[in-house]
Ligand binder design. Structure first.
Ligand SMILES: NC(=O)c1ccc[n+]([C@@H]2O[C@H](COP(=O)([O-])OP(=O)(O)OC[C@H]3O[C@@H](n4cnc5c(N)ncnc54)[C@H](OP(=O)(O)O)[C@@H]3O)[C@@H](O)[C@H]2O)c1
Length: 244
């Protein structure tokens, strides 16, 4: 168990993009941050060197045993998880006719792992303490749909349903669960989109620009530390492209 008395926030997929921004924002709010990664070890380690008291932790969320091992390690390294940010996500772009069954499974397996990790964090940490915050990073496309992303949009819509169902299951407890649904954010995930698609996207955003990851992390930090009467909600952060 750690001697550090700061509350602990675990951010999944924190070695890259929005997850890195969330880890920085939560550290600035006084959390000791668990920087989870799967393959982005270098990014995770650099971030850990930057954020005082933080630690890295590896797991493949597509693999239940890997999640079990991470929970065990978290008990030793952190002792407590006060905030869980389910940020990790995976997408494969392809139209329905060429998407393979295996592609679907790859996208859906991270959602399955998110559910399982949340269950274990609740059981091993938050239920015992009686308080906690869970923040799921979903997406605007789970509400609007997006051509070429059927499994991804299904998973993201499902993640918001998970938020709402879990909020009801947690009735009577001081454990709050919410979603943050970003629009388009400047990260590797969006950089990979073809230029004409990126231009098309901009025409749909009233603010006329994609978000900086820090603008998503800002809302996550708010839900982690304030927002004490927000529960079972989806906060849309998308520059005006969709209001819910
Ligand atoms: N960028 C956008 O415009 C946008 C918009 C709406 C929502 N989002 C959502 O925001 C979240 C972060 O996305 P991002 O834009 O920052 O993209 P990203 O850089 O591709 O981040 C995805 C993260 O998920 C992790 N991950 C993927 N599969 C995993 C697995 N099987 N096990 C464990 N970790 C896994 C990756 O970890 P490793 O790199 O360590 O493997 C990576 O850090 C995602 O849920 C995404 O769907 C993004």
């Amino acid at each position: 168990m750690s001697e550090d008395e700061r509350p602990v926030a675990l951010v999944t997929g924190a070695g890259t993009g929005i997850g890195t921004a969330c880890a920085r924002a939560l550290a600035a709010e006084g959390f000791r941050v668990g920087i989870h990664y799967r393959s982005s070890e270098e990014g995770a380690r650099k971030l850990a060197a930057e954020l005082d008291g933080s630690f890295t932790i590896k797991a493949d969320l597509a693999d239940g045993e890997s999640i079990d091992a991470m929970i065990k390690e978290l008990k030793d390294v952190a002792g407590q998880i006060d905030v869980l940010v389910n940020n990790a996500g995976f997408n494969i772009n392809a139209p329905v006719l060429s998407m393979k069954l295996d592609d679907y499974d790859k996208v859906a397996s991270v959602a399955r792992g998110t559910w399982y990790l949340t269950k274990l964090v609740l059981r091993r940490f938050m239920m015992r303490k009686g308080t906690g915050r869970i923040i799921n990073i979903s997406s605007v496309v789970g509400h609007t749909g997006n051509a070429g992303q059927i499994p991804y949009t299904m998973v993201k819509a499902g993640l918001d349903a998970f938020t709402k169902s879990l909020a009801q299951e947690l009735a009577g407890r001081e454990i709050l669960v919410n979603s943050v649904a970003p629009g388009f954010v400047e990260t590797e995930m969006t950089d990979e989109l073809p230029e004409e698609i990126q231009e098309q996207i901009l025409t749909k955003i009233p603010l006329g620009r994609v978000a900086d990851a820090a603008e998503i992390a800002d809302v996550v930090a708010f839900l982690a530390t304030r927002g004490s009467y927000i529960h079972g909600s989806v906060l849309h952060v998308n520059g005006g492209m969709y209001g819910g």
